[in-house]
Design a protein around this ligand. Structure first.
Ligand code: XIL
Length: 326
């Protein structure tokens, strides 16, 4: 297995943290993966195991085992752990969806947030408190049965609940396509500005950055990012990967490898326009091409979205990315 052990680890090319989302099953069962992760990155996010469906499957049952393992792994290997995510509409367990009374629902979600944050106080550096609350492409709030019952203000209260459980942990709002659509970006800005007037404790914004080779255009990304930067928030590129648009290619050609590398360079350069003290870090959505969610989740065959190939070998994209960090 090519491990590039003689080469400088990825994170050492960067002043800010470089993270990866990890598949907890793979981390627990595959020692090559586990060794590679600790060597190349200095921050981690749980791809799934800290989400509500996984960690709180029944009203009175928490499943801590995977996250406890991850926490220990991070401490042992000196990796910063980012918590993902306390509230995400896609990971609401049925027992919560079945609550029809708003007071009970609010109380249960509050209890969830505070139990999880309290357990990992001092161990998790930051939380995505709310994930993907703004509707995909429009400029409105995503309507779900929970928001209908609790009101859109629930999202702000979620931050207050998290802050009450841990005064020091960094609290993030995380979403996709904030960098891609003016309407969605504007909705975010309105929401942030409103939260500010109410003293809602929000430290940072996670731009997921599930992007394509050519979209969104880089000038647009920079402009939309800047709207958040100028308001002083920490900026996390929290789930970076670059997809093979509609599986246009079925072969990983040299020209694609070069285009991917150049795109990664551009993205790193855009990130470096963020003032140093606001750079929370860049996190890739998994470690190497073999584990990418783009294949699993969308059932696609041809995706090579990350810096390391299916054999953990550095791709041209690796070198493009690190050159953009300079
Ligand atoms: C995805 C995981 O990668 C998949 O394994 C899982 O089946 C669904 O969730 N935005 C997010 C992440 O905030 O939590 C999602 O992760 C990808 C999109």
């Amino acid at each position: 297995m090519a491990q590039n052990d003689d080469e400088k680890p990825l994170y050492k090319y960067s002043k800010h943290k470089i993270g990866a989302a990890i598949n907890i099953k793979t981390l627990r069962n595959d020692s090559v993966y586990a060794t590679f992760v600790a060597r190349q990155f200095n921050a981690l996010t749980a791809e799934n195991c800290m989400k509500m469906k996984q960690i709180h499957p029944n009203r009175d049952t928490f499943y801590w085992d995977d996250t406890d393992y991850l926490v220990k792994y991070c401490i042992k290997n000196n990796l910063r752990l980012h918590g993902h995510a306390l509230y995400w509409h896609e990971s609401v367990p049925d027992w919560v969806k079945n609550i029809k009374d708003s007071a009970t629902l609010e109380q249960q979600l509050k209890k969830h947030i505070q139990t999880v944050v309290t357990r990992y106080k001092g161990k998790v550096a930051s939380w995505d408190v709310v994930n993907e609350f703004i509707a995909p492409v429009s400029d409105s709030v995503r309507q779900t049965s929970i928001i209908t019952l609790l009101g859109a203000d629930f999202v702000q209260r979620a931050f207050i609940y998290a802050r009450a459980a841990d005064p020091d942990v960094k609290l993030f709002y995380n979403d996709f396509l904030l960098e891609a659509f003016d309407g969605k970006n504007a909705a975010l800005i309105r929401w942030l500005d409103d939260a500010k007037t109410k003293n809602i404790p929000i430290d940072g914004v996670g731009f997921q950055m599930h992007i394509g080779l050519d979209w969104p255009d880089s000038a647009g990304i920079t402009r939309r990012l800047q709207e958040v930067v100028k308001r002083g928030y920490l900026i996390h590129f929290s789930e970076l990967d670059i997809e093979n648009n509609n599986e246009t290619r079925s072969v990983y050609t040299d020209s694609f490898a070069i285009a991917l590398s150049s795109r990664y360079r551009t993205i790193a350069k855009i990130y470096m326009t963020v003032p140093e003290k606001q750079r929370y870090g860049i996190t890739f959505w998994n470690v190497y091409d073999k584990e990418t969610w783009l294949k699993r989740y969308f059932k696609r065959k041809y995706e090579w979205p990350l810096l390391f190939d299916e054999n953990y070998k550095r791709k041209k994209a690796f070198y493009g990315f690190v050159s953009g960090l300079k």
